[in-house]
Write a protein of this length. Structure first.
Length: 447
């Protein structure tokens, strides 16, 4: 066993690099999830549900502004043939710094109008304070991208784990002292500082200098302009829906919904991290070195991921209410019903993630942007229409409809390019939709 592990960590093949990346990603995310869940369980006993609703609303807009300026610099470093060039890396870091400054300025500018729209005066100061998070993150080491390019994620895992530990400790200490939403704000900012400092101390060292090389900047912008739209539409169709929820349901219900979202997002984030760290990097490497192997590599990734991940989402849906009742007090009981639907939504979303990673790895960011535009449009309209038709359960079902639309479009394009497995796709979709209908009818009948 020891010899096998030693061989695995010395194997430079695609398989060896993928296995190592998977191991580090799962280990790191497992540690982060334990810390995040532990903090969540303690904080829900120290803070009222409306505080989580207020924080969820604030983070929605800070994240939204961040995604509106995302040029995909990390993706550019991973996929570019110049990803190891010091001038290219310096340009990518400089773009990242400028982006952080833009996000912070925009967040401060939006703070007052948004506080008035939602009639929450405290939201102004919270948003103004949280604007420092993207500013700090802008100075993160470009080592995050170069380590991903080389599929060497051990130190990245340590940095992320240390940052999450900082967030957890600070939030709990300030919650005990203040009994206020500001505990969540201060913890978030201190975590950003820890991540930025540790990224320069622990990750691959690169010269810190402000430099904009015309050729490198042009490549980043050409690829990133569509990534920007893709991430914006992804936000609007995903986390941005929280802004719509905030306009439809009371703040305390939004806080309960945020609790269920934390749990399902943990699983979704693990899947996303694996597909980005392993899938995207592997696809980019295959496309650089031997593109004819892409269909086989993609099929292998999808078959392994989908079997485990979709079953995982279904299991979470089945045990949602007992899980919430075990973890939280009676104030959060309704989160069990929300989680049952959100888990099935997650199953639908994970189905097309490998197709989307291939789009980005092949440089087809324009197609990816178009797909995510459709997702955002259907998600927002479906959420609003679903709320007025079936109340809060219909609101959540609208997001499932968006995931179904993305599946249809992505599978169609993948089929045209010869790397889709439509038989597997339709079997999984059929099973998920059957469970969806049963779950929704049971929840509606119980109300």
């Amino acid at each position: 066993m020891r010899k096998r592990l030693t061989a695995l960590f010395r194997d430079d093949s695609l398989r060896g690099a993928s296995l190592r990346s998977s191991l580090w990603t799962i280990s790191g995310f497992g540690g982060e999830s334990i810390l995040r869940l532990g903090a969540n369980l303690i904080l829900t006993r120290l803070l009222a549900p409306d505080m989580f609703g207020l924080m969820a609303l604030a983070m929605t807009f800070v994240t939204g502004v961040a995604l509106m300026s995302d040029l995909g610099t990390s993706h550019s470093v991973v996929r570019s043939k110049r990803g190891d060039d010091p001038d290219f890396l310096a340009t990518a870091w400089s773009v990242q710094v400028m982006r952080g400054c833009i996000i912070a300025t925009a967040s401060v500018a939006l703070a007052w109008p948004l506080a008035q729209v939602y009639e929450q005066p405290e939201l102004f100061l919270i948003l103004a304070a949280l604007s420092f998070q993207p500013l700090i993150a802008g100075f993160n080491s470009v080592g995050f991208a170069t380590q991903a390019r080389k599929m060497q994620l051990g130190r990245v895992m340590l940095v992320n784990l240390a940052a999450q530990a900082t967030i957890t400790v600070v939030m709990i200490l300030f919650a005990l002292a203040l009994q206020s939403v500001w505990a969540l704000v201060v913890g978030t900012l201190m975590g950003a500082v820890a991540k930025m400092v540790l990224s320069h101390l622990l990750l691959e060292r690169h010269p810190i200098r402000f430099h904009l090389e015309r050729e490198a900047l042009g490549e980043i912008i050409r690829f990133g302009r569509w990534v920007l739209l893709s991430t914006l539409f992804t936000f609007l169709g995903g986390r941005g829906i929280t802004a719509v929820h905030g306009a439809l349901v009371p703040l305390d219900v939004l806080g309960v919904l945020a609790v269920s979202t934390v749990l399902i997002r943990a699983f979704e984030t693990l899947v996303q991290k694996l597909l980005t760290a392993v899938g995207f990097s592997a696809f980019a490497r295959v496309l650089r070195e031997r593109p004819e192997d892409l269909p086989k590599i993609l099929a292998n990734v999808r078959n392994k991921f989908l079997t485990v991940c979709v079953l995982g989402f279904v299991l979470v849906s089945f045990i949602s209410q007992p899980l919430i009742d075990f973890l939280y007090d009676e104030r959060y009981a309704l989160a069990g019903s929300f989680l049952a639907i959100q888990a099935l939504n997650g199953g639908l979303r994970v189905l097309v993630r490998p197709y989307q990673e291939v789009m980005l790895a092949s440089g087809d960011s324009r197609l990816h942007a178009a797909v995510m535009f459709c997702s955002a449009s259907v998600g927002i309209l479906g959420t609003i229409a679903g709320y007025f038709l079936l109340d809060i359960y219909g609101m959540l079902a609208g997001m499932g409809l968006a995931a179904l639309v993305v599946f249809g479009i992505s599978a169609s394009f993948a089929h045209r390019r010869g790397y889709a497995n439509l038989t597997l796709d339709f079997v999984i979709v059929g099973g998920l939709l059957t469970l969806y209908a049963i779950t929704l009818s049971q929840l509606m009948g119980a109300t």
